[in-house]
Design a protein around this ligand. Structure first.
Ligand code: BGC
Length: 460
């Protein structure tokens, strides 16, 4: 554990001591940070939650994923790891076909004696507006259906008293809010679908509704999706994204008290740590920020981004005790291609290219990345400000099909999943770096699972 980490824990202890004094002097009413005496229901629920839901809690292992992993050669090594349960359509609540529904997972969690379960809330109207691979079942205007047929039934199940001792981590609407910032308006990366979702406000309304409804359940811990450093790490997106998240959290009378934290890198491949160069490094007087790879980003890796974005969120109005999660399911970048040390100091580009752990062709690539490996195993409180490293994207499940495949889930064919594609403005017109022969998103992709095992970092 690092020195800074110890300092962080100490200040939390001091904070708790101060809170105890406040409680003693206010007759026991918990006051949330920045809240007024009397408080709201959301503030009281927030105060009743533990600081880190992962601390001291046995995580739930999804038996469906676990069985697929264990059936793969070498898969036993990770089959007992906790992964996210994706509620990616209305039918997933009851359980589509013979797959487990939400109650089945929660009951199984009780059976396992688990203390924490991780759910993914993922069914917004007009879902995945800058890509096609995870388009969903609800059209851009179907906000009413999202609320009554998706969020309400989930909230009702989670509120069942028999689950009251289970900490329920919800990661809320992957890839939605950052799209409103980076892929709209006059930007070269804008898409008509994202412009529609910005104009009709249904991402903001939907996320706001989900946070309010789920946040009313005292043992639910909401973590809002916050993209990754290769998406909102630039000056023109960083503060603006935090603002949209705040707008969503406070929409229609909502409160920041419903937000326990944020998650970065969900289902993405951004390296946790670039161990061979730092943001402050210079080569021949030129900053690494000037390199083609970093391209003026403020962060060179996911850990430093998650920590600095946490600070931005707090200064935008979120609670000062929010914690971050980082999805490390597939950002390991080990194996033979991992650099042994820093690149040559000929110039910033040789230095960064030779040293970077993230071996993607371009940081905007996101679909079934060739060469990727499993990242850090799920870990509680690994670094300052980070509640956990988590595996929300279940390793072995595809990001999207490499060619058009008819399906009844609303999933489209995105050429970013086609290995022969030459790119678009969102990946600087580079090849997609995707593996061939991939099934539609969410389906088992054995070849990718094998690559993830082989290129795991830390190695298995
Ligand atoms: C898909 C979901 C799937 C999830 C986890 C997403 O890309 O759209 O259907 O459940 O990945 O694999």
């Amino acid at each position: 554990m690092s020195r800074t980490h110890t300092r962080h824990r100490r200040s939390r202890t001091l904070f708790l001591a101060a809170l105890a004094t406040v409680l003693a002097t206010t007759g026991g009413t918990a006051l949330a940070v920045g809240d007024s005496p009397g408080g709201t229901a959301a503030a009281q629920a927030a105060a009743a939650r533990v600081d880190n839901p992962y601390a001291g809690a046995k995580p739930y292992v999804n038996p469906e994923w676990s069985a697929k992993a264990a059936a793969e050669p070498g898969g036993d090594a990770i089959a007992d790891q906790p992964t996210g349960v994706w509620l990616d359509r209305i039918a997933a609540i009851e359980g589509a076909g013979d797959s487990m529904g939400l109650r089945d997972h929660l009951d199984e969690a009780l059976q396992q004696g688990a203390g924490v379960i991780q759910l993914v809330i993922y069914n917004l109207p007009g879902r995945d507006c800058a890509a096609l691979a995870s388009n969903g079942e609800l059209g851009p205007t179907e906000i009413g259906k999202y609320q009554t047929d998706y969020i309400d039934p989930i909230a009702a199940i989670l509120a069942d008293a028999k689950y009251a001792n289970l900490r329920i981590v919800t990661t809320v609407e992957i890839d939605s809010l950052p799209n409103l910032v980076t892929n709209t308006g006059g930007r070269p990366t804008a898409t008509p679908q994202c412009d529609v979702m910005k104009a009709n406000g249904n991402y903001v309304k939907g996320v706001g509704y989900a946070l309010r409804k789920l946040g009313a359940v005292p043992n639910v811990y909401n973590y809002v999706d916050a993209g990754h450093h290769g998406w909102i790490g630039w000056d023109d997106n960083f503060a603006a994204s935090a603002q949209v998240m705040h707008q969503a959290a406070t929409a229609d009378g909502g409160s920041v008290d419903n937000v326990h934290g944020f998650i970065t890198n969900t289902a993405n491949y951004s390296a946790l740590k670039e161990s061979n160069f730092k943001i402050g490094d210079t080569v021949n007087g030129r900053s690494v920020r000037e390199s083609t790879w970093v391209d003026w980003n403020r962060s060179v890796d996911e850990l430093s981004f998650a920590q600095s974005f946490r600070g931005q969120l707090v200064s935008t109005g979120f609670r000062s005790d929010i914690g971050m999660l980082i999805d490390t399911s597939r950002n390991g970048w080990g194996g033979a291609a991992r650099p042994a040390g820093p690149g040559p100091t000929t110039d910033v580009n040789t230095y960064v290219e030779g040293g970077r752990n993230d071996r993607r062709i371009h940081i905007g690539n996101w679909c079934n990345q060739s060469g990727a490996g499993l990242g850090e195993r799920p870990t509680t409180a690994p670094e300052t400000g980070i509640d956990a490293y988590v595996w929300i994207k279940p390793p072995g499940e595809s990001d999207g099909s490499s060619k058009e495949i008819p399906n009844d889930e609303g999933k489209g064919f995105d050429r970013m999943c086609d290995p022969t594609y030459e790119g678009n403005p969102r990946n600087g017109f580079n090849p997609s770096g995707a593996l061939p022969d991939a099934p539609i998103s969410g389906k088992w992709f054995s070849a990718q699972f094998q690559e993830l095992l082989n290129n795991a970092y830390p190695a298995l």
